[in-house]
Design a protein around this ligand. Structure first.
Ligand code: BG6
Length: 504
């Protein structure tokens, strides 16, 4: 997986559809900046922004460079900014217009390749709404821009969400596969760009002490939490149609589930890793309508207080209907029906407006036998836990019990902590660097394959069906600033377990 052994990407041109959008300024340009700074992008590189707005290249550049300086902050290096200015251009127009925009793009690509002596390697980044994906890709392909000839490559990155449900994801896959080869398609999930997410595989398979206990013989259950203190911001329109389940579960959360649960791949080759991830998705027991009622929970936040600030209810934000039934919280109990995980539930949850940003994977082990402690002051033994902290502080913690010093036998919980920043220093990253670089290298390991996307929707679609058929009761059902609805606690309490909210 260490493609960073290779010093630089191939010379290439990056075309960004949706160049005036949020993602381009907040993530893509800063990620390119850091890649260039660290020497991963060669001089023979250029960026063409494509958007709906009719802007000149100069206008686009001045805006994007201003944003870039804002995001990188006071340490922005002017040499790199100049470098970007020299090789960025823009063309704008109507994406539906088959002629003007796409022939302008073709001419601009030819001109750019010539000016910067760049061979015809091109990757197209679709930072646009999913309903435009195949439409725009078809127009690119129609101009011959998707064809790989004379050893040059053409690649397409698609942002999430990839479909709304199983049917639409299948349709999108089939439309794209009519236009392109699977190896040209990169379905991005920015969670795979996070260092600690990538570290899951190294932690599990690069050490010999964890894997022998990473199974149903030792593990009691697994909890995966992706909590956000933020709300929906200005994305009410998108979010209200999506909801927490679609927005986070078939993509980010399932990446965490599969990397935690998968078998060792035979190599770090893209397909070897993705085959093992795909097997986990296939092994997740499908939800029957009864299971949906018993093993899933949805919630929506009402008003509340976060960090001492009053926060509005979800139904009060812009572009959200005051009777909206969209969930801002989802919790599921997943059953992975395979040899390693039989009988070990994976509880996953995600929510907006929770007390703090916190993403972690907790492996809770079974209890040690108690008989040795029967005649001591010890009331009960705590279970061991390994917590993989994904964000905001990246690290790994092992929780175990130790004897409290003194003449009587008493135990107390203690931790062994590994903190990424202590060991490796602070690394500044948007999470997109590695993914953009991998795409330029042609390494699809950290991207989703068509079958994985469809398997994910196969798990989630039956839940959406039941949730759509039976309107949510009593929304809003959790206060902003709380850990979610009471039903989510009951989900675990029914199994004599509880969510761990205090695992820093
Ligand atoms: C995005 C979702 O994919 O991930 C957002 O659409 C969510 O709703 C975001 O806030 C979370 O990403 P991160 O990297 O901040 O955990």
């Amino acid at each position: 997986m260490d493609s960073t052994n290779q010093k630089q990407s191939d010379p290439c041109i990056m075309v960004i559809f949706g160049a005036t959008g949020d993602l381009t300024k907040r993530k893509l340009f800063p990620a390119l900046y850091y890649l260039r700074k660290d020497g991963f992008i060669p001089d023979k590189f250029a960026i063409i922004g494509v958007g709906r707005q009719e802007l000149s290249s100069e206008e686009f550049k001045s805006q994007i460079i201003k944003d870039l300086k804002g995001f990188v902050g006071k340490n922005t290096e002017s040499e790199i900014i100049d470098w970007f200015e020299e090789r960025t251009s823009y063309t704008g127009g109507d994406f539906d217009d088959d002629k003007a925009l796409f022939s302008d793009l073709k001419s601009l690509l030819e001109e750019t390749a010539e000016t910067h002596s760049i061979p015809k390697n091109i990757f197209f980044y679709m930072a646009i709404p999913p309903f435009l994906f195949s439409n725009v890709a078809a127009k690119v392909v129609k101009r011959g821009l998707g064809t790989e000839e004379e050893g040059y490559w053409r690649r397409f990155i698609f942002e999430k969400p990839f479909g709304r449900d199983l049917e639409s994801a299948k349709q999108l896959n089939s439309e794209l596969l009519d236009l392109l080869d699977e190896r040209q398609i990169y379905r991005i999930d920015h969670y795979l760009g996070k260092e600690t997410v990538q570290n899951i595989l190294v932690f599990r398979f690069g050490n010999s002490i964890f894997e022998p206990i990473w199974n149903r013989n030792y593990v009691d259950h697994v909890q995966i939490t992706v909590a956000e203190d933020l709300g929906v911001g200005t994305r009410g329109g998108y979010y209200n149609r999506a909801g927490a389940l679609r927005d986070m579960v078939p993509n980010h959360i399932f990446q965490l589930v599969t990397l935690t649960a998968m078998e060792p791949p035979v190599s770090f080759e893209a397909d070897a890793v993705r085959n093992e991830q795909a097997k986990i998705l296939r092994a997740v027991k499908p939800f029957s309508p009864e299971n949906v009622l018993e093993e899933t929970v949805r919630g929506q936040y009402g008003k509340g207080i976060i960090d001492g600030e009053n926060v509005r209810a979800y139904r009060e934000i812009e572009d959200v209907d005051e009777t909206s039934d969209t969930e801002t919280y989802a919790a599921l109990k997943l059953t992975i029906d395979n040899w390693r995980w039989a009988g070990v539930p994976f509880y996953v949850r995600t929510g907006k407006r929770m007390p703090r940003k916190h993403t972690s994977i907790m492996i809770q082990f079974k209890k040690a036998p108690f008989m040795l402690f029967q005649d001591t002051n010890v009331q009960h033994l705590r279970r061991n836990r390994i917590v993989l902290h994904i964000q905001p502080d990246e690290g790994i913690t092992l929780h175990f019990g130790a004897k409290i010093p003194g003449p009587v036998v008493q135990t107390g919980p203690v931790d062994m902590d590994f903190d990424y920043s202590d060991h490796f220093g602070e690394t500044i990253s948007t999470g997109y660097e590695r993914l953009l670089f991998d795409c330029m290298l042609g390494d699809a390991t950290l991207f989703q394959r068509a079958d994985m996307v469809e398997s994910s929707w196969r798990i989630v679609s039956p839940i959406l069906d039941v949730w759509n058929a039976i309107p949510a009761r009593a929304f809003p059902n959790y206060e902003a600033g709380s850990w979610g609805p009471a039903e989510a606690d009951e989900l675990l309490a029914n199994d004599q377990r509880s969510w761990k909210n205090d695992i820093d």
